[in-house]
Design a protein around this ligand. Structure first.
Ligand code: MN
Ligand code: MN
Length: 262
């Protein structure tokens, strides 16, 4: 099983700051730069696992961009590969999941984030980066959704999550992750603002009190199934410091690729 690395340069669905559209080429540049090796912690060579790259531009229109994302993911799945996607803001995850569901049915999802992203709509946009998991739930894309790192939520989002059986955990509750529910088909969505700004400052919505890089690596290593797909979103290179957050994203690319290749 090979992995296709997708770059979705999209940030028009961001509610505050633009910038995540710049992220895919930045992560790709640092991923195999000479400052690091291409190996995962388990010794798998991400350079061998990632066998294709899809970094084509997206249309400017939101609906057309979502359609293009779904189509490109579907193309990867049809080719027998697994998609590992780089955002872009978190709005890219809904069209990804829509395509994943066509092949796999409802997915069990590990979602790392400071936010639930369960808004019915945000500033009038139902496809905002604050809404992807609400749309995915409504669309039947999700079996179990486990969110970890939450610390900037609203009563409305909490109520929506509770109504739909979402497991909502703060960064301090990572010991309570129900790994037995994260069986296949398993999808992993990492919003880099789920990490503490000390580890990942290059995001549009930094929230102190988050997960460490090692926390996330530990969670990934405990997953009971090989993910069928994954995304890493919300890197804002304009907010980053010394490419710290891009480096964290590159580490996650290597680790997720290794897990997906299992
Ligand atoms: Mn998010
Ligand atoms: Mn977030």
């Amino acid at each position: 099983m090979t992995v296709t690395l997708h770059g979705f340069s999209w940030d028009a669905s961001s509610s505050y700051a633009r910038g995540p559209a710049l992220a895919p080429p930045v992560i790709r540049a640092i991923l195999f730069s000479e400052s690091s090796s291409s190996y995962s912690l388990s010794g798998a060579d991400a350079r061998e696992i990632i066998s294709a790259y899809d970094f084509a531009d997206l249309p400017d229109d939101g609906a057309e961009a979502r359609e293009a994302i779904s189509t490109r993911i579907a193309t990867t799945l049809k080719a027998g590969a697994k998609p590992l996607s780089l955002g872009g803001d978190h709005s890219v995850t809904y069209p990804i999941l829509r395509a994943m569901k066509e092949k796999h049915g409802p997915l069990n999802i590990l979602h790392i984030d400071a936010h639930t992203d369960l808004y019915e709509e945000f500033e009038g946009d139902r496809y905002s980066h604050a809404c992807p998991f609400a749309r995915a739930i409504e669309d039947g894309c999700i079996g179990t959704l486990v969110q970890v790192g939450l610390r900037s939520t609203t009563p409305d989002c909490r109520a929506f999550g509770e109504k739909h059986g979402v497991v909502m955990l703060g960064a301090e509750e990572m010991d309570a992750i129900p790994y037995d529910r994260l069986t296949g088909p398993l999808y992993v969505s990492i919003d880099l603002d789920g990490l503490d700004p000390a580890f990942a400052p290059g995001v549009s919505h930094p929230e102190p009190g988050g997960l460490s890089t090692r926390d996330v690596l530990q969670i990934l290593s405990a997953l009971p199934a090989a993910p069928v797909g994954a995304d890493i979103v919300e890197l804002n290179p304009e907010r980053d410091i010394n490419m710290m957050t891009a480096g964290v994203a590159a580490r996650f690319v290597k680790e997720l690729a290794a897990l997906m290749a299992q």
